[in-house]
Design a protein around this ligand. Structure first.
Ligand code: PLP
Length: 299
């Protein structure tokens, strides 16, 4: 699915290191660590009418990622909340908004890899755009299996939500070439890790299966879906899953803040799912939408 330019985003204001700047003037230093080495962490947030969905969980993950990378002078959650509130207010955004929150290690005194060259503390970017969920959650998406592996903790721990996204981007390039919407990335043993940008689930009868988080992001939507499924009486199982197992599931779907719950209709050209699975997925989608107002945090 190719996102298109939304004219409402032409004149947005972007928060960059404490200043709200028009889109065209929103810049960061060439000495910033994210330019030098992708040395940053990030969160994708979604604003609904009632507030930002599960904001505290996102901010806690941002803090945990920054801590794992030994960032210095990390802004408090209160400061980040304030920057977010200021940005949304300045843009008069109150729903259908996606926010890309980026926390960088900050500016370096000279180019180089060494974090000791960072003497000024972190950089914070709050980029809020008008953006309804990006996937077609009625029709579903077609995916392929990528040759690019998702890194596990032996290379770069996916528990850190970092900006080194090149392996995911390489996988997405393969999906683009194949005319698919997204790519399944496998872990080092050939089990399914996740899609290049979302987590994956498979429904088998009353059970909901998903890969463990050893080689994928512990998605916040993923966590909520596991809670909701339990509430609907499903047994939830986190385990190694193969692509062939996904192909044989009653339904397969992807989860993420960007697109909510998205059915997968085709894997490597094989159609996926059957009526009973689609019904269960539809119930989960309804439960997800019903849970949103109670899980949003007003700013
Ligand atoms: C690789 C990857 N997987 C899954 C997700 C979904 O995570 P969440 O549900 O926290 O948005 C994301 C979102 O940032 C992601 O980048």
């Amino acid at each position: 699915m190719l996102q298109r330019f939304d004219a409402r985003n032409e004149d947005i204001l972007v928060h960059v290191n404490g200043e709200l700047l028009p889109r065209k003037e929103a810049r960061i230093s060439v000495f910033d660590s994210v330019v030098q080495g992708g040395d940053a962490v990030w969160e994708g947030l979604r604003l609904y009418r009632e507030g930002v969905l599960m904001l505290s969980r996102h901010l806690d993950r941002l803090q945990a990622s920054a801590h794992a990378l030994a960032f210095q002078q990390v802004p408090t959650n209160e400061k980040v909340r304030q920057a977010l509130a200021d940005t949304l207010l300045a843009n008069r955004m109150n729903e259908d908004t996606h926010v890309r929150l980026t926390l960088t290690r900050g500016e370096k005194i000279t180019s180089g890899m060494d974090p000791r060259l960072n003497t000024q503390g972190c950089g914070l970017i709050v980029l809020a755009e008008w953006k309804p969920p990006v996937f077609d959650n009625e029709r579903g998406i077609a995916v392929i299996t990528s040759s690019i592996r998702r890194m596990g903790p032996e290379v770069l721990d996916p528990k850190i939500h970092h900006n080194n996204l090149l392996n995911n981007i390489l996988a997405k390039l393969e999906a683009n070439v194949a005319g698919a919407d997204a790519a399944i990335m496998l872990d080092r043993n050939g089990h399914v890790a996740e899609l290049n940008d979302t987590n994956l689930f498979a429904i088998y009868g009353k059970e909901l299966h998903t890969p463990t988080t050893s080689s994928c992001l512990g998605g916040i939507t993923r966590g909520l879906v596991l809670e909701l499924a339990e509430g609907l009486g499903s047994k939830t199982i986190e385990r190694d899953l193969s692509v062939a197992e996904l192909m044989g599931a009653d339904a397969v779907f992807a989860t993420g803040t960007m697109g909510e719950l998205t059915p997968v209709r085709l894997i490597d050209g094989r159609s996926v799912g059957r009526a009973q699975g689609h019904e269960r997925l539809a119930k989960l989608q309804v439960a997800f939408r019903a849970a949103i107002p109670g899980l949003c945090e007003a700013l």
